[in-house]
Write a protein that binds this ligand. Structure first.
Ligand code: HEC
Length: 281
C-alpha cells in the first residue's frame, strides 16, 4: 500500500520524462518506463536473471498488490522477499505445486499464473491485467529453466552478513499479521543456509494461542522442511490448514541441538512471531 502513491509518482515522472520523446516511444523500456529511471533499476533491459526480472516486473508491476503484511497469499514480491517466498515454496492456491520449481517452468505455479494456464485457482496475474507480453514470460521461464538462481547483486546483503550472526531475515506471515482463513503454510527465511538435519519439531513449533487465556498454548502438528533448491528457507506445513484463531511460531536456537547454519553457527537466540487468522470471505 505504501508503494501505491510512490509508484503513481513514478508513473507521473515517466509521463513527464516522455514529454520530450513524443510519439515514438524511444527511451522507454518494456514497462513504458524511461530507460535508466529508478523504477527500471540499473539493470537495463529484461534478461533471464532475477535482478532484472525484479527491476522490470516484480517491483514496478507486482508490488502494487504483493507487498506488506496483507500481500495476497502471503506472497511479497519486493526485492528483499521475492526470492525467499518464490523459490521452492509451495503455492498457497495449489499446494501440490511450488511457486517456482527450479529447472521446470511448466511445473512452476508462478508461470501458470502469468500465462493464465488451465488449472490455476483465481485469476491470471497481474490480476486485472494488462498481462505480461510472452517475451517477458519467456525471460521468467528461462530464469527458472536455468535453476532459478538468486542474483549475485541481490545476495550482497546476505553475503555481507555471512560473517555475521545466523539470523531470521523474513517470515510469512509477518509478526502481527491478520489474514483470512485457511492458512496452509508458514515460511521462515534466514541469511545463511540452514543445516537440514536440525529442521525438526523440537526446534520449530507452531502453537495455537487460547484467546480466553493467552498464556495457554496448544501445540499443533506440523511438517517442517527446507524449501526445494532454496536451503535458506524453512517451509512449515501445519498438518491441517489453520482456521480462525491466533497462532505463534517459535524457532529455537539456544540449548543443545538448536537450529544452526551449515557452518554449525547456532541461530542467535530463540525467536517467535505471532499472527491472527480471521474467518475467510
Ligand atoms: C491488482 C493486484 C495484483 C497484482 C498487480 C498482482 N497480483 Fe498476484 N495475486 C493477487 C491476488 C488478489 C491473488 C490471490 C487471488 C488470485 O489468485 O486471483 C494473487 C495471487 C498470486 C499468486 C498465487 C500465489 C500462491 O501461493 O498460490 C501468484 C504466483 C501471483 N499472484 C503472482 C503475481 C505476479 C508475478 C504479479 C506481477 C506480474 C502479480 N501477481 C500481480 C493480486 C495481484
Amino acid at each position: 500500500m505504501r508503494w501505491t502513491g510512490r509508484s503513481r509518482g513514478l508513473a507521473l515522472l515517466a509521463l513527464l520524462a516522455c514529454a520530450g520523446c513524443a510519439g515514438n516511444g524511444a527511451g522507454l523500456d518494456q514497462n513504458g518506463q524511461p530507460i535508466g529511471s529508478e523504477s527500471s533499476g540499473a539493470s537495463g533491459p529484461l534478461t533471464a536473471e532475477l535482478q532484472s526480472i525484479q527491476a522490470n516486473v516484480f517491483t514496478p508491476i507486482c508490488t502494487r498488490c504483493h507487498i506488506g503484511a496483507s500481500a495476497p497469499e502471503g506472497l511479497r514480491l519486493d526485492a528483499a522477499d521475492s526470492y525467499n517466498l518464490l523459490v521452492g515454496v509451495p503455492s498457497a492456491e495449489v499446494p501440490s505445486l511450488l511457486r517456482v520449481m527450479p529447472g521446470d517452468p511448466d511445473e512452476s505455479y508462478l508461470v501458470l499464473k502469468l500465462q493464465g494456464s488451465a488449472g490455476i485457482v483465481g485469476g491470471q496475474m497481474p490480476l486485472g491485467g494488462p498481462y505480461l507480453p510472452q517475451s517477458t514470460i519467456d525471460a521468467i521461464r528461462q530464469w527458472i529453466t536455468n535453476g532459478a538462481p538468486n542474483s549475485a547483486s541481490m545476495e550482497v546483503s546476505s553475503s555481507r552478513e555471512s560473517a555475521r550472526a545466523f539470523a531470521i531475515v523474513g517470515t510469512a506471515p509477518v509478526d502481527g499479521a491478520h489474514l483470512s482463513a485457511p492458512l496452509r503454510q508458514i515460511v521462515v527465511a534466514f541469511n545463511h543456509e540452514v543445516d537440514a538435519s536440525l529442521v525438526n519439531d523440537t526446534n520449530i513449533a507452531l502453537e495455537q494461542i487460547d484467546m480466553t487465556d493467552t498464556t495457554t498454548m496448544q501445540p499443533l502438528p506440523i511438517h517442517a522442511a527446507l524449501a526445494t533448491g532454496n536451503p535458506s528457507v524453512i517451509v512449515i506445513l501445519p498438518r491441517a490448514a489453520l482456521g480462525p484463531g491466533a497462532y505463534r511460531v517459535s524457532v529455537r536456537g539456544t540449548g543443545g541441538g538448536g537450529l544452526a547454519d551449515v557452518d554449525a553457527t547456532a541461530l542467535a537466540g530463540d525467536h517467535a512471531f505471532a499472527f491472527a487468522v480471521e474467518p475467510g470471505p
